[in-house]
Each structure stands twice: as C-alpha cells, then as structure tokens.
Design a protein around this ligand. Structure first.
Ligand SMILES: NC(=O)c1ccc[n+]([C@@H]2O[C@H](COP(=O)([O-])OP(=O)(O)OC[C@H]3O[C@@H](n4cnc5c(N)ncnc54)[C@H](OP(=O)(O)O)[C@@H]3O)[C@@H](O)[C@H]2O)c1
Length: 218
C-alpha cells in the first residue's frame, strides 16, 4: 500500500511512517522544510516538499498519483495563532481531500481532535476556539466528499511509549490522553480496514489491543 502523509515530519507521522515501512508498505511524507528530508528517509519513507499553505490542489494531486491512501496528520501546532489553525488544520485538510478526489485516491484518514464537532465552550481561549472550529470545519468538509474517509479524534497526545491498549469508539468517549505511538498504530490499522470508512472515532488509552479495537468497529 502506498500511503501519502500530510504533515509528514510531525510526531505522529514519523511514527506512522516507520510502522508502515516495517510492514512493507510505502510511506510518502509531504513536508515543507527540506531540512527534514533526512529524518523522514531514516524512518523508511520517501519525502516530497509540499507547503500545504502554498500548494494548489492540482499540485498536490500530482504527488498523490499511484497512492492507495492519504493520511492528514498536519497541524499548525502549539505556539501558532488562530489564523494558522484555519490555514493548516482546516484548509490543509480541505486541500488534501480535494487533491485526493482529483487523483482518484479514495481512502482518507484524517487526524482530528477530541473536542471537535461541537462549538467551543463560551469563554474558551481564542486560539483553542479557533483550533476546534478549524477541526470541526475540516471534518465537515471531509464528510461531504465522495471519499472512503475515517475521522480519528485522539484525546490529549503524549510522547509516552506505545502501550498497544486503547479505547476507540464513536463519540462521546470520556476525555483522556493517548500516546502518539498508539495513535500511529491505530492509523496503520485503520488503513487496513476499509470497514471503518464513514466513521468518526474518538481515541484514548484503554484496555483493548489495537487490532481488536479496530476490528470490533469495522
Ligand atoms: N496536541 C494534542 O494533544 C492533540 C490532540 C489531538 C489531536 N491533535 C492533532 O494531531 C495531529 C498531529 O499531531 P502531532 O503532535 O503529530 O503534530 P506535530 O508534531 O505538531 O506535526 C504537525 C506537522 O504539520 C506540519 N505542518 C504545519 N504547517 C504545515 C504546512 N503549511 N505545510 C506542510 N506541513 C505543515 C508541521 O511541519 P513543520 O515541522 O515544518 O512545522 C509538522 O511536521 C495534529 O493535527 C494535531 O492538531 C493534537
């Protein structure tokens, strides 16, 4: 399987690329900083330079030629302001989904966030509100498309080692945290399970082995 990952030098993305390469899949990282090429290659992935805030859907569609799946794992990240929540977390996903349609790549896994899908609470910090608004809009855009999408909403991300044990279910799942390494394992399993298409899933640490949890909801 050839999998193109937007935000290819992100923490989840690098873990996912390694998992995909180890199981014999081709991982392709879209990155914006040429200095990140070496890190990506070290994990067994190919790297293409693509700034999601500058590229057109036509340009991205060229990079998706021959792919079997797209993963949107980009994000403006901590320290970014409200405008970049919109230009990366929302518009970056819209761009990838549009390009996937153009290129005929049907499978699309979007990394969203728990908290998306509802308006931000009144009095919420302005940047957090912009983030949740952007993720909610990105989800809505994807649901409206003729793609085999799965929306994955992890809880708070940690850099702890993988546990292999998760709670994965349709919303609402009680708030919690989850290691990025487990998120990467879940994405790899979702890519293998087309039965998870058209589902929105929330993810925190739990008791179920990843394969069992993904199989159960497929
Ligand atoms: N933090 C949390 O607790 C939490 C919880 C739930 C969901 N999430 C979501 O999970 C996803 C992945 O998280 P993570 O921790 O793996 O993220 P991360 O390490 O911050 O990686 C995000 C990647 O997106 C890339 N990016 C930003 N702007 C870009 C642009 N214009 N063009 C191309 N790439 C661009 C960044 O590239 P550069 O390295 O070049 O900046 C970075 O490599 C994000 O969507 C995040 O919102 C986070």
């Amino acid at each position: 399987m050839r999998v193109v990952i937007a935000g290819g030098h992100g923490k989840i993305a690098l873990l996912l690329e390694r998992l995909l390469a180890e199981r014999g899949d081709q991982a392709v990282a879209l990155i914006r900083n040429p200095a990140h090429v070496a890190d990506v290659r070290k994990g067994g992935a190919e790297a293409f330079i693509c700034d999601l805030e500058a590229a057109s859907a036509d340009e991205v569609a060229v990079l998706l030629a021959g792919a079997d799946a797209v993963v949107f794992a980009a994000g403006a990240g901590p320290g970014s302001g409200a405008p970049r929540k919109d230009s990366v977390d929302r518009a970056g996903s819209v761009l990838m989904a549009e390009a996937a349609e153009q290129a005929g790549v049907r499978r699309f896994v979007q990394v969203s966030s728990m908290g998306a899908g509802q308006p931000p609470q009144p009095g919420t910090d302005e940047v957090w509100a912009a983030y949740i608004t952007a993720k909610t809009a990105a989800e809505a855009d994807l649901r409206a498309r003729d793609l085999d999408w799965t929306i994955l909403r992890p809880g708070g991300l940690t850099d702890a080692p993988a546990t292999g044990r998760i709670r994965l279910a349709s919303p609402p799942v009680p708030a919690g945290t989850v290691p990025r390494a487990d998120v990467a394992a879940v994405i790899a399993a979702l890519l293998d399970n087309p039965g998870t298409q058209h589902q929105t899933l929330e993810l925190v640490s739990g008791n179920s082995p990843v394969a069992t949890a993904v199989h159960t909801i497929s």
